[in-house]
Design a protein around this ligand. Structure first.
Ligand code: ADP
Ligand code: MG
Length: 534
């Protein structure tokens, strides 16, 4: 077995229930350019063997740092990952200790390449099978494999013709068993390749916007070692990619698949984080995948999660690593340049949102939006004094804003170079408008004076990710970003407004509870930035 520079493999296997390591794939020929730098790099190593990595957006200087168990850069070959992370857990399965290795990451980040490999460069799966077979030589041990996929929360046997569905049932100990799953004996690598390649072809893949052959299921290859009784097993899992559906342009069945994929990956991340934080309750029952893996995750078993990253995708990398290493985020660093830029960025986003909401509602509605967005709302709820102070405000937008008279400003705002002096921005809160508004809006809808609402909105609008703040509240996860919600449901004035003639969308928006507003606003801003909202 080759050795690689890095921590002693024996200590690697026992450091914590689930090791989390990073793997950055090389640039593909289509991505390579002289200016390309990977969005992730190793910052330093610790005596414990852990490393600090930094994920950095080369355009905005935003960055996140994580402490992880190991880092494999673009030049690393899969056999080095095997030597350093996987080979150490294999002897354990001969002693009855189960182990699991996952490749986790977004679509196109190199998971299948890492697990399966190519004909010339075998991945972790063939490397593991050949090591197990080698260790069995001259012993009474026999090796069998199973290969199945979890697709839309159902299991299909990939070693059976037509990938037959198999039933997942709880046994008397509460562990899930796959009734009827085929276990095929393997005596040589030739036999293995023959069996495995047929199974690989049965796996559900589809073309998506991010990968020509995107895997739509989690594929689990399990190697089981037995004498007269089963000893232990090693599960090698090529997870389906977590997906940002704005980028994949998924629709219909692809969108449903994606929702299930993201849900089960979130459940897996919950289990890993609970195990690594030594929680008393581990939420195995949140998904089929985690229920199946219950006997190979936690307890005395070993697990390694390989978080695969696309070197071009900062946001995706942050999402992957923050879910893979929930308890390991150390600090956000911000360059002084980006710190200075932050207030302006916030104003920009508020302005974008304001313009968009205006285009959807009526002109008078802007004043309450102003009351809601203004940091000075408690003092001057109807003014835009905070915006006037800045010399100019950048308002990229395809929509048209209103001028002082309420007529349309005759400018197409989506020209990114369009800078509108603050004086020309829609002025709101004239006495006439206030009077008009008072006639139609119930008293409960006066501009929000509670500065708490403004500050939580500003938090949501902040371009700085705060994804790893301690989680006091439940997380709503759309698979792409997480928003913190207060655990209460705002009710009331929205329903009253449904019946008020002339109530605009913005009136209804303002009538929502502050948490919901913050959440909706953050989603709108996010969609607006991704240009999926017009
Ligand atoms: P995923 O399974 O995460 O969707 P893939 O494994 O299919 O991603 O990888 C996406 C593309 O990147 C493929 O074309 C693959 O060949 C290539 N790739 C991934 N990792 C490497 C690597 N280490 N070296 C060379 N090419 C790679
Ligand atoms: Mg894949």
């Amino acid at each position: 077995m080759a050795t690689a520079a890095g921590p002693d493999p024996a200590s690697v296997a026992s450091s914590q229930p689930v090791r989390v390591v990073l793997r950055v794939r090389p640039f593909l020929p289509s991505e390579a350019s002289s200016a390309a730098t990977p969005c992730v790099r190793r910052l330093g190593s610790h005596t414990s063997g852990e490393v600090t990595v930094q994920i950095k957006d080369q355009y905005t200087s935003r960055n996140e740092c994580y402490k992880l168990d190991s880092f494999f850069g673009q030049e690393t070959r899969v056999c080095q990952i095997f030597d350093q992370e996987v080979s150490a857990v294999i002897p354990g399965i001969f002693d009855g200790t189960n182990a699991t290795v996952f490749a986790y990451g977004a679509t196109g980040s190199g998971k299948t390449y890492t697990m399966q490999g190519t004909e010339d460069l075998p991945g972790l799966i063939p490397l593991a099978v050949s090591t197990v077979l080698a260790l069995c030589t001259g012993t009474w041990c026999s090796v069998e494999i199973s290969y199945y996929e979890v697709y839309m929360e159902r299991c299909y046997d990939l070693l059976e013709p037509k990938a037959r569905e198999i039933m997942a049932l709880d046994d008397k100990d509460g562990n899930m068993k796959l009734k009827g799953l085929a276990w095929v004996p393997v005596r040589s690598m030739e036999e293995f390749h023959e069996i495995y390649s047929i199974g690989v072809q049965r796996r559900k893949v589809a073309h998506t916007g991010l990968n020509d052959v995107s895997s739509r299921s989690h594929a689990l290859l399990t190697i089981r070692v037995s004498t007269d009784v089963v000893k232990g097993k090693l599960s090698l899992i090529d997870l389906a990619g977590n997906e940002d559906n704005r980028r994949t342009c998924n629709e219909g069945i692809r969108l449903q698949e994606s929702a299930k994929i993201n849900q089960s990956l979130f459940a897996l991340s919950n289990v890993i984080s609970a195990l690594n934080m030594k929680a008393t309750r581990i939420p195995y029952r949140e998904s089929k995948l985690t229920r199946i893996l219950q006997d190979s995750l936690g307890g005395n078993s070993h697990a390694v999660m390989i978080a695969c990253l696309n070197p071009m995708e900062y946001q995706e990398a942050v999402h992957t690593v923050s879910l893979a290493a929930r308890s390991r985020h150390i600090v956000n660093y911000m360059s002084s340049a980006s710190k200075q830029g932050t207030p302006k960025d916030k104003v920009d986003m508020e302005a974008k949102l304001r313009v968009w909401l205006e285009s959807k509602g009526k002109e008078k509605s802007t004043q309450r939006m102003d009351g809601f967005l203004s940091p000075n709302a408690s003092k001057t709820p109807l003014s835009m004094s905070h915006m006037k102070k800045s010399a100019s405000v950048r308002v990229p937008g395809r929509v048209k804003a209103m001028d002082q008279d309420g007529s349309k400003i005759k400018k197409v705002l989506f020209d990114s170079s369009a800078r509108i002096p603050a004086e020309n921005l829609p002025r709101v809160g004239t006495q006439d408008e206030v009077n008009t508004t008072k006639k139609v809006v119930p008293p409960s809808l006066t501009p929000i004076k509670d500065d708490k609402a403004g500050s939580s909105l500003r938090k949501a609008l902040s371009p700085i990710s705060s994804n790893m703040a301690p989680q006091k509240h439940p997380i709503v996860d759309d698979g792409n970003c997480s928003f913190m919600l207060e655990p209460k449901t705002p009710m009331g004035s929205y329903h009253i407004l449904e019946k008020v003639p002339g109530a605009t969308p913005l009136d209804k928006f303002n009538a929502l509870g502050s948490s919901l507003k913050v959440c909706i606003t953050a989603i709108l801003v996010f969609m607006y930035q991704k240009n999926t909202l017009v």
